[in-house]
Structure formats: structure tokens, C-alpha cells
Design a protein around this ligand. Structure first.
Ligand SMILES: [Zn+2]
Length: 261
């Protein structure tokens, strides 16, 4: 069994559920051998192995590898009784290359980066919200260039700041019309519950909370410190899956086909 050093963790209870919380681990990036070829939805099938939510679709060629990873993970979670692992399901599999949800997620990442110290004195204009969520394409696409221009010309912004801001957002998430690894049918996100702290209504006091991560980037730090995050960060490559950056999306698992290394 692939184990964690649970003597390094603190244990928290939420109702009858147990969460191990670890010190923040070193993270890694992995851009080698990423899947890039888009496939049709019809080539994918709903994953039905361990940890299935019955709807996430993946290419049949990876179902058994996903099942191997989920079996090792869930068996370990049951062994130590940790709810981050026991609650894990394969949530997002194949998504279309042009996915409106990608635009919605992109805007959520814009809101997250707006809170960074570097940009906190600026305001992302409400009038650009719909444009931020729309199909923008990549690099030379006129829709992308228009969006950059509109932000540059907004009150308080200039071209250099807009470029820096959008590059920072792009480190976390790609705009709608940009590369969408989920369209390859070889990528999934794990959803799972974590123990973390959130601000109480007074916006000052931190209180304990239990939430599903739902691929939400602001939760990555806490997700990494959960038993599930620690386990993926350490062992997912033994099953030929890895995130492009565990410091950004620990739940995002891309197939790294060992035959095409
Ligand atoms: Zn993902």
C-alpha cells in the first residue's frame, strides 16, 4: 500500500468524518508528454470503475489505469479513515474544445487574481465580465486581441498592466478557446471534500469549514495539504497520471502515456 507519513499530520473531525492535514508539501510541474489531441465525445465512455460518478467520460483506453489509481487511493483512504480520500470521485472527464464552462471558470480565475496584492488597487470592469467568459481563442485571434485592448483601455489600466494581469491569470487557467486538455478524453479532475478555514461573516475571524474542492483554484493550497492531495502529489505518476502543476491544480490528472514517452 502506498502510504503517507501520517505522524506528520494533524487530525481534524467534522461530524463523524476525519481529515488528516499535512504541512504544505513541495509541489511540482510536469509538462512532459501531455495529451494534446482532441477527440469527439462519441469516442469516450462514462467511466464506471472505482470512484465513478457515472457521468465523467473518458477514452476507454485509460479506464483501467484510472481504476488502478482510484483503487490504490480509495483503499488507502479506507485504511486510515480519511474523508478527503473516501469522498473522492472522478468528476470532470471529457469536455468539448469550446466549452462555455471554461469561460465561466476563466472569469472565476480573473476574480481570484484581482485579489492578489499586485492588482488589488485595480478593478476588473464589470462591463468586461461577459467578454471574459466568451470564446476568446488564442494569441492572434482578433477576439483575444480585442479583449486585451478593452482591458488596457479601462479606467486605471494600461497595456503593460493588462498584459501582466492576463499572463498571471493564464498561469492558473486558460481562456475559452485556448487549449483545453479535457477535450483529449485523457484527463479528469477529482472532486473531494477538504477541511480548511474560511472567514466568518465578520470577514476577520477564521472558522473551520468542510467543502468540496470542485476544481476551484483558491482551494488548491488546502487541497494539497489533505491526505488526498498529498497522496496524488507523491504517487499519481506511478499510475502514469500527473497534474501540469500540483501547485495550481492538484486534482487535475492528465494521462502521460508511457508508450509515447
Ligand atoms: Zn482539469
Amino acid at each position: 500500500m502506498l502510504r503517507l507519513q501520517i505522524d506528520k499530520a494533524t487530525i481534524h473531525k467534522f461530524g463523524n468524518r476525519t481529515y488528516y492535514v499535512f504541512p504544505a508539501p513541495p509541489t511540482h510541474t510536469n509538462i512532459k508528454n501531455r495529451p494534446t489531441k482532441y477527440v469527439e465525445e462519441g469516442a469516450c465512455k462514462a467511466y464506471a470503475g472505482r470512484g465513478s460518478n457515472r457521468s465523467a467520460k473518458l477514452l476507454p483506453e485509460v479506464h483501467s489505469a484510472v481504476n488502478d489509481l482510484m483503487t490504490a487511493l480509495l483503499d488507502y483512504g479506507n485504511d486510515i479513515g480519511d474523508n478527503s480520500i473516501q469522498s473522492a470521485v472522478v468528476q470532470n472527464g471529457w469536455r468539448p474544445p469550446d466549452d462555455p464552462q471554461q469561460g465561466v471558470n476563466y472569469f472565476a480565475n480573473i476574480q481570484m487574481v484581482m485579489k492578489f496584492d499586485r492588482f488589488s488597487k485595480l478593478k476588473f470592469p464589470d462591463s468586461l465580465e461577459a467578454e471574459a467568459e466568451s470564446f476568446l481563442g488564442e494569441g492572434n485571434d482578433p477576439r483575444w486581441q480585442a479583449f486585451v485592448k478593452h482591458l488596457s483601455e479601462s479606467p486605471g489600466w494600461d497595456a503593460a498592466t493588462a498584459r501582466e494581469f492576463l499572463a498571471t491569470v493564464g498561469n492558473y487557467y486558460v481562456q475559452r478557446g485556448g487549449f483545453n486538455p479535457h477535450a483529449t478524453g485523457l484527463v479528469f479532475d477529482l472532486n473531494f471534500s477538504i477541511y480548511h478555514h474560511i472567514f466568518a461573516k465578520d470577514q476577520k475571524t477564521l472558522v473551520e469549514a468542510e467543502d468540496p474542492v470542485n476544481a476551484h483554484p483558491v482551494l488548491n493550497e488546502a487541497a494539497l495539504r489533505s491526505a488526498l492531495g498529498m497522496w496524488l502529489n507523491t504517487y499519481s505518476m506511478q499510475f502514469n497520471f500527473d497534474s501540469y502543476n500540483t501547485g495550481k491544480e492538484i486534482w487535475h490528472m492528465e494521462w502521460r502515456n508511457p508508450k509515447t514517452k
